[in-house]
Design a protein around this ligand. Structure first.
Ligand SMILES: Nc1nc2c(c(=O)[nH]1)N[C@H]1C(S)=C(S)[C@@H](COP(=O)(O)O)O[C@H]1N2
Ligand SMILES: [Mo]
Length: 475
């Protein structure tokens, strides 16, 4: 269907192709050869392969003036070596970003409860999920810091890779055969998917949950579409990329499979070498690393994170560390957390209500733990003080084999007003319902009167302004 349909558009002004094809030297014929993507071998094939006259005519069409003509692209830098180096960097980088992305989803423990799951229709795409561990206690800080930082650092490489193959995106004729159409479709998913994942990810980091529910859905399904196309692309191109890297940055033989579509047939004079171009992209990535990494290290280093969202000064002192949502921004009223506040503990059909004073009278413990957000920022360890979750479970008669707990806040709406913690998280002695941080009472924005803090978990499970704990199967 493709070839004849496409061919019809620019019929009669083009001379029909003759057997010898690209051998004719200057003029339109010169453009024909490379556009076919197969090198000189292909034109010899038609007589034996016996394509229909329509196919032969379509394949031989001269590209219209403009980007579809190989000589339109004049950079002397484009070539298989440069493309392959960018490609191999992305192969490694995107694999790490994808795996840490999967880990981020696992860290939410979506299988524990509906409130933990932002994409309940995932079906078998959740095949790999596992209960998120509490050790090492900095686990999510590391995996999510890598996910976000590496994602940002790869942007220059991604753009450079796209730039290096751009003549191929204008390949002429746009569709040659069914398999060629499928290949181009996979490229569309690859390029579109990459753009989509990078843009949604970076917007989320920059805009702080401007689109909470939908961000997860978009980024999650987008990732699977993208990675599918990525795997197909790697399977087809990896051998060629490895060969090109081994061959080095020099000019490949004109018309070779490697050169076609990349090497300009009419190159302009070079102003920089291929290695120089590579170094420039590397410097771009390094610059992004320097202005991004500080947000995952936190503390003083946050000042170096020029790209991190600013304008929310957490102040100084014991409570002077990053805040994701202030009490005011989620509608916490002073009366919700005033003298009328109670902590309700439920389980095994029993219920205990504690006043703030009664909570403070229970055995207090300390744990040094960070807050690590899905947006990639985290804080260095903070010294939290409060009551162990296991001690609270004991109030309703639960012993060593404490079950999962549903944690609910006084917050009325929003995705993060409640969360379920796994039994491994509840049983870890470092898991607290914290009432203090760094020696001071919790500030309103950090969750006064009480908040959860769990080792290794994503920030989203450290519910603030807690008012109810339900141990066991949440009704
Ligand atoms: N009730 C409630 N708790 C919450 C949130 C929220 O929006 N509402 N945000 C969570 C998220 S996403 C993070 S990263 C941490 C941030 O804690 P901090 O603001 O004290 O640093 O709080 C978590 N606890
Ligand atoms: Mo978060």
């Amino acid at each position: 269907m493709g070839t004849s349909g496409i061919g019809r558009g620019q019929a009669d002004d083009v001379p029909p192709p003759k057997g010898g094809g690209p051998a004719k030297g200057e003029g339109p014929a010169k453009g024909e050869g490379p556009a076919k993507g197969e090198g000189p071998a292909k034109p010899a094939a038609p007589p034996t392969a016996g394509p229909s006259p329509k196919e032969a005519a379509g394949a031989g069409r001269t590209p219209p003036p403009g980007p579809a003509r190989p000589e339109f692209w004049r950079s002397p830098l484009r070539g298989p070596w440069l493309t392959a180096v960018f490609g191999l960097v992305l192969l490694f980088g995107i694999t790490v970003v994808f795996v840490t992305g999967l880990l981020s989803y696992a860290a939410y423990d979506p299988d524990l409860a509906a409130v933990n799951d932002q994409t309940p229709d995932k079906g078998w795409l959740g095949f790999y999920l596992f209960p998120w561990p509490t050790s090492p206690y900095w686990l999510y800080r590391l995996t999510q810091g890598v996910h976000v930082t590496l994602g940002i650092v790869l942007v220059p490489v991604l753009l450079a890779k796209l730039w290096s193959v751009i003549p191929k995106l204008f390949e002429w004729p746009p569709v040659r055969s069914v398999s060629h159409a499928l290949e181009r479709l996979s490229l569309l998913l690859l390029v579109g998917g990459a753009g989509f994942e990078f843009v949604t990810g970076i917007l989320n980091v920059q805009l702080h949950y401007i689109f909470p529910g939908s961000f997860y859905t978009l980024h999650f399904y987008g990732a699977w579409v993208f990675i599918g196309a990525f795997v197909v692309h790697v399977a087809f191109r990896l051998p060629r990329a490895l060969r090109a890297v081994r061959a080095g940055p020099g000019e490949p033989p004109a018309g070779s499979e490697e050169a076609v579509g990349l090497v300009s047939p009419r190159p302009a004079a070079p102003t920089i070498s291929r290695r120089g171009a590579l170094a420039m992209v590397g410097l771009g990535s390094l610059a992004l690393l320097v202005v991004t990494a500080g947000q995952s290290i936190g503390g003083w280093w946050r000042q170096t994170a020029l790209l991190a969202p600013h304008g929310r000064d957490p102040g100084s002192g014991p409570n002077g560390f990053q805040i994701n949502k202030t009490a005011a921004s989620v509608g916490i009223r002073p009366s919700d957390v005033g003298p009328a506040w109670r902590l309700t503990v439920r389980g095994q059909g029993r219920q205990v209500d504690l006043t703030y004073g009664q909570l403070l009278a229970m055995a207090q413990h300390e744990s040094a733990l960070p807050i690590a957000c899905v947006e990639g920022w985290s804080t260095p360890d903070q010294r939290w003080g409060g009551v162990r979750l296991t001690d609270l479970a004991a109030l309703v008669g639960l012993g060593v084999d404490t079950p999962p707990v549903l944690v609910e806040s006084v917050q009325r709406g929003g995705s993060f007003r409640s969360a379920v913690l796994g039994d491994n998280q509840v049983r870890d002695g470092r898991s607290l319902l914290a009432v203090r941080v760094n020696g001071a009472v919790l500030s309103a924005d950090h969750g006064y009167p009480a908040r959860v803090i769990v080792a290794g978990a994503p920030g989203v499970h450290n519910t603030k302004w807690v008012t109810r704990l339900t141990f066991g199967e949440p009704a």
